[in-house]
Design a protein around this ligand. Structure first.
Ligand code: SF4
Length: 278
């Protein structure tokens, strides 16, 4: 029997194109993931990204009918066919439907159509009080009209954005996320996110060439997030879970639990719940 755990995150163990179940520690139970990036394309190329054969670009067109069929298949399995007792450890509950694919989900042209399908399915299965819809994103498309339309569709549902900020220093953003961006752009995107949904910052911390994130970098991160502390729902800190699949010239390494905890303690100066996941 195929069993899911927080260790086994293999998205291919159940054979579907767009929707996959995982047990997620950060979600606190079973998460039904939606992968809109079946071509492994992202507009960023983070050096720690664990997606194999990642390319720059947009998702290929989404087959909405197939996605809907898969979503209803899994909901039927979970809600009516004992999926949890067959494939997860005792006590696991169904927590969320998460846009969490092999790339940036909001880059899909059909993002708003898919959110409508998700909302409809949640209503059909009477899961409004049980589930959260999570969008795990690098935040770069938050101000786009089509993405905002997706948020409008989702307003009646409990939701959360997990918004990636690994560093607020331009040189580190360029190095870690491999994009040319600025804090001004990040500010606009965070504001757009906060205006439509509870927002959690997700930050991947790594050692680069044996060096921990510098005090300068962490202090700048704290100073930046200070502006948003009253409106953020949380900060999730994590490190490498699996080796990077990217071809990079520097050496990157996972932080130890105590290294991550020490940084989390510094960040706890902010009036925002900070969670460290290792
Ligand atoms: S934003 Fe996410 S999917 Fe895109 S490269 Fe970075 S880690 Fe990978």
């Amino acid at each position: 029997m195929k069993t899911l755990s927080i260790i086994n995150h293999d998205r291919t163990i159940f054979d579907k194109k767009y929707i996959y179940p995982v047990v997620s520690r950060r979600a606190g139970g079973l998460s039904l993931g939606i992968n809109l990036n079946t071509n492994n394309a992202c507009n960023w190329q983070c050096i720690y990204c664990e997606i194999p054969n990642l390319t720059r670009g947009k998702p290929e067109p989404i087959d909405i009918n197939l996605l809907k069929k898969e979503l209803y298949f899994w909901l039927e399995e979970i809600v009516h066919n004992n999926f949890l007792s067959k494939h997860t450890s005792p006590g696991t509950t169904f927590k969320d439907i998460a846009f969490s694919g092999n790339g940036e989900p909001t880059a899909a042209r059909e993002f708003s159509e898919v959110t409508q399908v998700v909302v409809e399915a949640i209503n059909d299965y009477k899961l409004v009080d049980q589930l959260t819809v999570r969008v795990i994103t690098n935040g770069s498309n938050m101000t786009n009209k089509s993405v905002q339309k997706g948020w409008a569709a989702i307003q009646s549902i409990r939701k959360e954005v997990w918004f990636k900020i690994d560093s607020v220093m331009d040189d580190e953003i360029k190095l870690i996320n491999q994009i040319n961006s600025s804090l001004g752009v990040t500010k606009n995107n965070i504001e757009a996110s906060l205006s439509v949904s509870p927002t959690i910052i997700q930050t991947c911390l790594i050692k680069m060439n044996g060096q921990l994130p510098s005090n300068k970098s962490i202090n700048a991160y704290i100073a930046f997030l200070k502006h948003y502390e009253d409106r953020l729902s949380g900060i999730h800190l994590y490190s490498l879970a699996r080796p990077s699949e990217q071809n990079i010239s520097i050496e990157i390494e996972r932080l130890t639990e105590s290294e991550l905890d020490q940084i989390a303690d510094k960040i706890r100066v902010l009036n925002v719940p900070v969670y460290a996941y290792i």
